[in-house]
Design a protein around this ligand. Structure first.
Ligand code: GGG
Length: 364
């Protein structure tokens, strides 16, 4: 079926290495059980610890190195000993921006076996498509007169016609391909009258190319409220970088928490590798305790397999996660249980094993 995929693995900081171990455990099992999955991993120890030792968080040729791979599996980054200007602006942002991963894809789906904290939280199944390379997360700006009464900080938002059009196109294409009926755009053009007006105009123009899909546009404040009051009504939400980031944490919360939220940073053209990582960060409060929920990371690995053309294996992983959650025997503390990270990973592996065995028996 496939020719061989080379995967760069960046476990990062805190719980990153713990949850990445479980995702690799699942991928290694699939490789063993399915001879057509030819996948190899190379791990890079680029992290805050690496920075403290070497003075840089990745080697000067790090981005060039990553370009040699078919995909990147990323854990989490963030450490109180190292500034965000290093962990975010010298690792995550350069990867996302230089490898043109301009789409951040975040499913918001209530898995079987999980209860939403919302009274009306059933049938939640939508995706957030977040612009990932420009917008509010730009390093354009600066500060003047440090510490003085007259101190000034300027942070520029960069919204471009091309960047917005590519993001909106991706959202409508996704909707069309997956039989969805509407795209919801997050805006704030009543108050942010230059950049968000351009966003609105371009999203509206793009929507004209997709007659079977409707466009609705909400101010971000109202949309945040609707995520709580009518979460089942969304199909595809398209948002700028900051708005998409905030909405996806809210989305995570309504489907059971950050331990259950995967993401993909996608370069749709395939000119550069895409990167798959949980929405959550390094969670230093629980790092080293072996209790982090690995589901978001394992689901991110499933998104990676789908992206690489193995939708069958991606679906198998998600079904197996749901089977474990439905059985309620293995649950990490974030889901009200006492199981460890490794026990959760093993339970998902066992479920995959059983499913594949059953498939083989059914074929006899
Ligand atoms: N997997 C996403 C990630 O690591 N993001 C970086 C981040 O948000 N770091 C801050 C933190 O670890 O709390």
């Amino acid at each position: 079926m496939n020719s061989g995929y080379q995967i760069a693995v960046l476990p990062g900081d805190g719980i990153g290495p713990e949850v990445v171990n479980e995702a690799i455990k699942v991928l290694e099992l699939l490789k063993k059980l399915d001879s057509s999955l030819n996948i190899e991993f190379e791990t890079f120890d680029w992290s805050s610890e690496y920075y403290l030792e070497h003075g840089h968080i990745m080697p000067p040729n790090g981005l060039e190195k990553l370009k040699e791979y078919d995909a990147i599996l990323f854990g989490a980054i963030g450490d109180h000993r190292v500034s965000d200007e290093v962990t975010i602006w010298q690792l995550i942002m350069p990867i996302r921006k230089q490898l043109q991963q301009y789409i951040n894809f975040r499913p918001v789906k209530l898995l079987k076996g999980v209860s939403s904290p919302l009274k009306n939280g059933h049938d939640i199944d939508f995706v957030i498509i977040r612009e990932n390379a420009e917008g509010e997360y730009s390093n354009s700006g600066g500060r003047l007169y440090h510490g003085a009464e007259e101190e000034i900080a300027v942070q520029n938002t960069i919204i471009t016609r091309l960047g917005t059009a590519k993001c909106a196109n991706y959202a409508f294409e996704y909707a069309e391909k997956h039989g969805k009926r509407k795209v919801t755009s997050a805006t704030k053009s009543n108050a942010i009258i230059h950049s968000m007006k351009l966003w609105d105009e371009v999203v509206d123009e793009v929507s004209g190319n997709y007659s079977s899909i409707s466009l609705e546009s909400y101010y971000i404040d109202a949309l945040a409220a609707y995520f709580v009051s009518k979460p089942a009504e969304f199909d595809v939400v398209v948002a700028s970088n900051l708005f998409g980031d905030i909405l996806s944490d809210l989305g995570s919360a309504v489907v059971g928490g950050l331990g259950l939220s995967p993401s993909a940073n996608i370069n749709p053209e395939g000119d550069f590798p895409s990167m798959f990582e949980p929405v959550h960060g390094s969670a230093p409060d629980i790092a080293g305790k072996g209790i982090a929920n690995p589901i978001a990371q394992i689901w991110s690995a499933a998104l990676m397999l789908e992206y690489l053309g193995r939708e069958d294996l991606g679906a198998l992983i998600v079904e197996s996660i749901e089977q474990v959650l439905l059985s309620r025997e293995v649950r990490t503390p974030d889901l009200g249980g006492t199981s460890t990270t490794s026990e959760m990973g093993t339970a998902i592996c066992d479920a995959i094993h059983q499913k594949l065995l059953r498939e083989k028996v059914d074929k006899l």
